[in-house]
Design a protein around this ligand. Sequence first.
Ligand SMILES: [Zn+2]
Ligand SMILES: [Zn+2]
Length: 240
Amino acid sequence: MNCPVCNKKLKTITYQNQEIDICLKCGGIWFDKGELIKVVNNLLSKNEVDIQTVKETYRNKIISPDKVKQLIRKCPRCNVDMQLYNYSYDSNIILDKCPNCNGIWTDEGEMQAVAKYIRGNPTMDSYAKSLAGELTKYQKGRSNKWKITAVIISLFYLVIIPFFKGSEGFFKILLFLILPLGCIFFGEGLGSTTGIRFRTTFFAPVITKPTPGFFVVFIGWVLLLLPVWFGILSVIGVFN
Ligand SMILES: [Zn+2]
Ligand SMILES: [Zn+2]
């Protein structure tokens, strides 16, 4: 096999109990499928990897591989074009990967960078995790308040409506309430508190963008408040 960068013959050596192919000129290393992570894990288990700095751990922009200016390299095994990819999506370590054999080429220092990335910064990670935990608790508390409000509105209906519509009205409104309360109580289970990332978004560890769950809860509220809208409309005489 030849180096995809300088075309020199790669030398097979044993490193961290793993056979790897290294270019003695540029320091690049070829890893067959699955070898990179084995080498990295060996390094980590021997405590031979520095921890990341805070800045390295929480850089906030993810580099897109198609923004990287680098010549396309050929896989030293299969001679097909390799693809650039951001290791683990957000490490900002841009490696070359062969789409055919799944081997990985690392330029000099990139393998160590991967190890450092995986080791991370345990102190800051645990800090970010506890911060994210606090925010999740806060969000849960907030959504509980809305659920309690929904229950109070429902109880209000159940007390008020029998005065106008008797016991039949009571059971009708009871049946009616199942759907909106179901939406409000279980809608957010559809995925509103996913998307927690610690590494790249230190200052906003919890991403809360509208999800299907958000819309289900919203529809629940529209339904729950329908009797109020109808009440208001009939009071102002729209139905007369
Ligand atoms: Zn080379
Ligand atoms: Zn290949």
